[in-house]
Write a protein that binds this ligand. Sequence first.
Ligand SMILES: *Cc1c(COP(=O)(O)O)cnc(C)c1O
Length: 374
Amino acid sequence: MRGNGMNDLIKVPFSSFLPIENELKGELDSCFKRVLERSWYIKGEEGRNFEEQFAKYCGAKYCVGVGNGLDAIMLALRAVGVGNGDEVIIPAHTFIATALAITYCGATPVMVDIDEKTFCINPNKIIEKITKRTKAIIVVHLYGHSCNMDAIMQVAKENDLEIIEDCAQAHGCMYKGRHVGTFGKVGCFSFYPGKNLGALGDAGAVITNDKKTMETIRALGNYGSDKKYHHLYKGVNSRLDELQAAFLGVKLSCLDKMNNERITIASKYLTKIKNNNIELPKEDNNVKHVWHIFAIKCEERDRLQEYLENRGVGTNIHYPIPIHLQPCYKDLGYLKGDYPIAEKVCDTELSLPMFYGMTNEEIEYVIDVINDFR
Ligand SMILES: *Cc1c(COP(=O)(O)O)cnc(C)c1O
C-alpha cells in the first residue's frame, strides 16, 4: 500500500509514474546529461532516432515528432487537405482534443454515436452523417481498444473519405495483429505523461506510410518551412524536442513490458470483480487491448466513486460530458438525447486504478472493496 501514515487515506492511487521512473532513473538521467553535453535541443539526433524507433515499433514507414497529441491530429487533418467549410466525422465520446483539432482547421466536427460494447465509434452509424462536405473520419481507439477497422475502412473506401486515427490512448494496441495508426492515412499519438507511452512533459507524433504526407506534416509543424527561411505553408511551431525524444526512446523500450502489466491487471479485474451493480468492459476478439483505461459502468456511478474514495481508492471519469454537450460547442446546436449511448456512458463510466508497478496487494484491495459495494 502506498499510504504512509494513519491519516493518509490514499491507499491505491488512480495512477502513478513513480514505479517506472524509479526503475529508469539512471537511464533518464543519462539522457539529460547526453543532451546537455551535446547542447542541441530542437530537431537533432535524438528526435531522428526516436522517430525511426517509433515508426519501426508500429510497423509504419515514417514518423514525425510533434509538440503534442492535439497538434498531431490538427497537422494530420491539414496534411490531408481539411480546411474551411469541411466536415469531419468523429465519435461523440472522446477527449475534447479530437474535436478541437478539427475546429482549428476551420472545419466542423460531426458526431456519430459509439458502440456500447467497445466504447468506440459505431461504423454502422457513420453513413447517415456523411454529406457533400464530409472530408474525413477521425476514429479514436478509446481506452486502448481498437475500433472495428475492417468496417471503417470499408465505409471510407465506399465514400472516398480519408481516415485519420487518434491513437493517443492506444500505443501498442493492435487490430488483427497490426498496429493501430497504420490503417488510415495518418496515425496520431500523444505522449502526454499519463498515456501508455508518456514523456516527461508534452510531446506527440504522427505515423504514416505516405512520403508526401510525412513531408507535409514535417513542414507544417516547422513554420511551414520545407527549407530554411522558405515557407511553403502557413505552418505552426509544433516540434518534438530533443530532451523529450531521448526520454521517450528509453520509455519505448519498456512499452511492451508496461502494456503487458496493464493486461495482467485487467485480467485480474475481469476475473475477480463480481458485483451485480457493476458492468465490466469487454474486449473484441480481433483486438489486442492495451488498457489505457479500465472503464466499468455502474448506474450509481457517483455513489460508487465516493464509496471508493472513502476507502482510499482513486478513480476518474472518462469523460463526464460528451463532446456535443460541451459548452464550447453550443454553437453546433446539439441537444441532450442526440447521442444516447455516449450520454449514457458519460453518466455511468468509472475508471479504476491502472498503472505499471501496481502491486498485487493494491490490485486485490481494489477488487475486495468493489466486491463489497452494495
Ligand atoms: C490525450 C488525448 C489527446 C490529446 O493529446 P495531448 O498530447 O494532450 O494534446 C487526443 N485524443 C485523445 C483521445 C487523447 O486521449
